[in-house]
Design a protein around this ligand. Structure first.
Ligand SMILES: CC(C)(COP(=O)(O)OP(=O)(O)OC[C@H]1O[C@@H](n2cnc3c(N)ncnc32)[C@H](O)[C@@H]1OP(=O)(O)O)[C@@H](O)C(=O)NCCC(=O)NCCS
Length: 285
C-alpha cells in the first residue's frame, strides 16, 4: 500500500482501473473532483503489488467538515480483500470520522461499508427529465402573484424565506447576503429565471433556475415558507421554472434532491423526473 504523489505511469494505471470499473459497474467510481486530483497526481492511496489494483481518494478533514473518501477496486481483483484494506487505510489516515461516497447504489459498496461498521447516512439523487416531455399548464391561484427576482431589492426577503424553508438543511438555509451576491455575480445568473410567489403579506416561496455552460437546465433551489406549504405552491413554482427552461431551449433539466426529502422526490417524479444518478454516503451514524 502506498500513498506518495503518483507518478505519470501510476496515474495512467489508475485511470485505466477507473475505466474498467466504469465499464463493469455502469457508473464511474470517482467524482469529477477526485478525478481532477488524480490527473494532477495528487495525494491518493493505492493497493497492489506489481500493478495498482485499487485506489482511494481522500480529502482530509477541514474546520467545517469531516474527511471524505472515494475508493475503487479493479473488477478483475475484487473479493480478495483489497477494498477492505483500502477502506481501513483511509480510516487510519483520516484519524477521525470519515464519510465515504459511493457512486451508483451498488451492492458491493453497501456490503463493504456494512461489513466495516459504516451505515448509509445519506443518498443524493440527480433526477432528470427531457425539457420537451409533456408538461402540465401553469395555473396560479388568484390570491398569489408570480414575478421574477429583482436584484438589489429582493435579497433580504428571499434570505428569510430560504432560512425558514431550509431550517433543517443548514447547508442551504444558512446562506447569507454574501452567498446570494456571489451567485448574482456568476455568468449564469439570470434574474428572469428566478421566480418568486407572493401575496399581500409578502414572499411565500421561490424557484431559482440555472442554465449550465453546457446548456443543461437545472432546478437550482425551490423553497416554500413553512406557513405556505401544502397549498400547491411548490408545484406551481417548479412548473413556472420548468416552462421557463423549456422556452430557453435547454435539452434536459436536472436537479439534486436528498433521498430523505420524500415530498420533494414525489413532486419531481410527478413532473416526469426520473433517477439519473445516485450518490450514497456511508459513515458513522
Ligand atoms: C466496493 C468495492 C471497493 C469492494 O472492493 P473489493 O476489493 O471487492 O472488496 P473486499 O474483497 O475487500 O470485500 C470486503 C467485504 O465487502 C463486502 N462485499 C464486497 N463485494 C461485495 C458484493 N459484490 N456483494 C456484497 N458484499 C460485498 C463483503 O462483506 C466482503 O467481505 P467477504 O469477501 O469476506 O464477504 C468494489 O466493488 C468497487 O470498486 N466498487 C465500485 C466503486 C465503489 O462502489 N466504491 C465505494 C466503496 S464504499
Amino acid at each position: 500500500m502506498s500513498e506518495a504523489r503518483l507518478t505519470g505511469s501510476e496515474i495512467t494505471q489508475v485511470l485505466a482501473l477507473v475505466e474498467a470499473a466504469t465499464a463493469a459497474d455502469g457508473v464511474g467510481p470517482l467524482s469529477e473532483h477526485a478525478l481532477l486530483r488524480l490527473r494532477d497526481g495528487g495525494h491518493g492511496l493505492t493497493v497492489g503489488s506489481g500493478g495498482i489494483v485499487g485506489y482511494a481518494h481522500l480529502d482530509p478533514a477541514t474546520e467545517d467538515e469531516s474527511a471524505s473518501a472515494e475508493l475503487v477496486v479493479h473488477p478483475a481483483h475484487r473479493r480478495q480483500g483489497h477494498g477492505r484494506a483500502l477502506l481501513r487505510r483511509v480510516r487510519d489516515e483520516a484519524a477521525g470520522p470519515v464519510r465515504v461516497w459511493a457512486h451508483g447504489d451498488l451492492p458491493a459498496a453497501a456490503g463493504l461499508a456494512g461489513s466495516e461498521g459504516l451505515a448509509r447516512v445519506r443518498a443524493l439523487f440527480q433526477l432528470r427529465r427531457p425539457a420537451a416531455a409533456p408538461l402540465p399548464e401553469l395555473k396560479v391561484a388568484d390570491s398569489v402573484r408570480l414575478r421574477t427576482f429583482v436584484p438589489g431589492r429582493d435579497e433580504e426577503a428571499w434570505l428569510e424565506v430560504n432560512r425558514r424553508a431550509f431550517a433543517d438543511h443548514p447547508e442551504q438555509g444558512a446562506w447569507t447576503l454574501d452567498d446570494v451576491r456571489r451567485r448574482e455575480g456568476e455568468p449564469w445568473f439570470d434574474p428572469l429565471g428566478f421566480f418568486l410567489a407572493e401575496n399581500d403579506r409578502g414572499l411565500l416561496g421561490f424557484h431559482w433556475t440555472k442554465i449550465h455552460p453546457d446548456g443543461l437546465g437545472e432546478v437550482y433551489v425551490v423553497g416554500v415558507d413553512p406557513d405556505a406549504q401544502g397549498l400547491g405552491l411548490g408545484r406551481t413554482l417548479t412548473l413556472a421554472g420548468l416552462h421557463h427552461l423549456r422556452r430557453e431551449g435547454v435539452p434536459q433539466i436536472l436537479l439534486y434532491v436528498d433521498e430523505s426529502n420524500t415530498s420533494a422526490v414525489r413532486l419531481y417524479e410527478s413532473l416526469g423526473f426520473t433517477r439519473h444518478t445516485v450518490d450514497v454516503m456511508y459513515g458513522t451514524p
